[in-house]
Write a protein that binds this ligand. Structure first.
Ligand SMILES: [Zn+2]
Ligand SMILES: [Zn+2]
Length: 316
């Protein structure tokens, strides 16, 4: 469901301006010094053997189209794109706004088959990193629109596959622009808090399109704590990936299958955790007994638990 506004082009629905600024130039507010991201080493050029099969890019079946002519309606959009395969057209609050025209000059194409997206991408003209396609409306013929497919390879970023993700160093990030790839989220978080070893963009299970949230695992616990302490960070508009200032929220990522951190230290075996304490002085998983024990102290009695719904265990 599209419940939130999408990062789009400027108000008149025109295609976003092309800016050379790369993501590393995203200015982060909250007066935090932003270190220059280390320059990425250029990938060594390898001669590709003709026998190596070409890697086929996989896509979400949902595609953003921006900069539509103001008088193109749903039927017009469908007829512009149906040569690639069956589709429906959607935009935020479509059912409520009762309009046949996408009100902000952008819409989503929901194709029945992923193959259609591949074909659409092939038919587009690439301008820098943008894809352009042309549509016609009653008043404008042959208008360039921006096509923004979501590549499934952008869902995950892994620094080192041999290092397992540590739940106690993982944060949940909400309010992200849905244009950011996992690698870009990792890059932002690394610059802000320290090395990120994993980033995963949450996508909806059916269309596999980003939901605007992600999980990010750091290499070091200090980075995790620092990120949670900050809680909110503003990604400044850069015109390309972040078309308006976005306030991003960072919280502990709470896993539902962890054992109590306190029993673990007693050597008597660890019980399944039913609570997580998000207070910065705790940030730990607890079973009921340990929660009560550890929060009996008057100075931390006020901590409020996050309940964990365990799928596989019952309340003890
Ligand atoms: Zn315990
Ligand atoms: Zn606590």
């Amino acid at each position: 469901m599209e419940g939130e506004s999408e990062d789009v082009s400027n108000k008149d629905g025109a295609v976003e301006d092309t800016l050379e600024e790369k993501l590393c130039k995203l200015i982060v507010s909250d007066d935090q010094p932003v270190e220059e991201a280390p320059a990425e080493e250029p990938a060594p050029e390898e001669s590709v053997s003709p026998s190596v099969p070409e890697v086929v890019e996989r896509y979400s079946r949902k595609v953003f189209v921006g900069g539509l002519p103001p008088d193109i309606d749903e039927d017009g959009i469908i007829s512009s794109f149906q040569r690639f395969g069956p589709l429906i057209v959607d935009w935020p609050y479509k059912a409520q706004c009762r309009s046949y025209f996408p009100p902000k000059g952008y819409a989503f194409l929901l194709f029945e088959n992923e193959k259609s997206v591949e074909e659409l991408v092939k038919a587009c003209v690439r301008d820098d990193e943008r894809l352009q396609f042309w549509v016609s409306s009653p008043s404008i013929s042959h208008k360039a629109v921006q096509i923004r497919p979501w590549k499934l390879s952008d869902n995950d970023y892994v620094l080192d596959r041999t290092v397992p993700v540590d739940p106690r160093k993982t944060v949940f990030v909400g309010g992200l622009p849905r244009t950011l790839s996992a690698a870009e989220v990792a890059q932002i978080m690394t610059r802000l808090y320290g090395t990120v070893c994993y980033a995963g963009i949450d996508t909806d299970p059916e269309l596999r399109y980003p939901k605007g949230t992600a999980s990010v695992a750091f290499s070091h616990r200090d980075s995790y704590i620092e990120a949670i302490k900050t809680r909110y960070v503003t990604l400044r508009q850069d015109g390309r990936k972040c078309t308006s200032d976005k306030r991003v929220e960072i919280k502990p990522y709470i896993w539902d299958d962890q054992n109590c951190d306190n029993c673990q230290t007693t050597g008597l075996g660890s019980k399944p955790a039913h609570f997580f304490c998000s207070n910065i002085s705790c940030l730990r998983y607890y079973c009921l007994d340990c929660w009560l024990l550890m929060h009996a102290r008057p100075d931390i009695k006020f901590h409020s638990p996050d309940y964990i719904r365990r799928m596989s265990t019952r309340w003890s």
